[in-house]
Ligand binder design. Sequence first.
Ligand SMILES: [Zn+2]
Length: 251
Amino acid sequence: MISKSRFSSVCESVFQVVVPVQPPFCNLPTPPGVRRRALGLASQLRVSPPSGQSRGCMPRDDFSKALREAVAKRAGHLCSRPDCRAQTVGPHSDPTKATTVGIAAHLTAAAPGGPRYDVSLTRAERRGIENALWLCATHAREVDADFARFTVQELRAWKAEAEREAGLDLGHGSAPRAARLSADLAKASQRDQRISRLKRLYPVIGAQGLALEISTFNDLSQTEKAKLFDTVRALWKGGRPPKQNPFRTPA
Ligand SMILES: [Zn+2]
């Protein structure tokens, strides 16, 4: 029979060996596989990791309550994901309270090994408002779960646009937002019509004419122009443009 204290000391040494939490290793993220195996083993042996070390040695650079409130207000309490804009605050059944379903998400993670973690930031920068983005709970989870898809650059653009819109809506009802959406839709429809016209014109004006036409359409977005120019360039690859309209969709 093994004594209880001997059993505990064996368990502790197993944990210490499998999870390298002592300096100088504590600044390095533990590989997930090793950590999973270690935690599985520890739970089988009913051993708790030493207190404060269950999530690694490095403390999380979490936001303060005041900062979380500021970032929520700056986004008008709406999710900053452009195609969401969900309201994230509302009434609670207790008349003195409110319910918040929004989260101040980190653009670059609060701790090593987290999504988009940037080792070059100082702790103050990591906990600063520049590193915070207001999102609904669903999208806060999504941007961290699929962090390869959501770059810091894209998230910064979401934040800038959300704050710009919140600024425009400040002190107004929903009418200005509806008017902006309607103007955006009208502009998009106009662009679509122009692109369709260019594609129809190809048999008449050819690739050179097409390039000229594209360059005069200033209301096309840079991406749309680049896409059309790319097609024109591809047409000339063989020395002469194809006789058939390359934009024609097969019937
Ligand atoms: Zn959302």
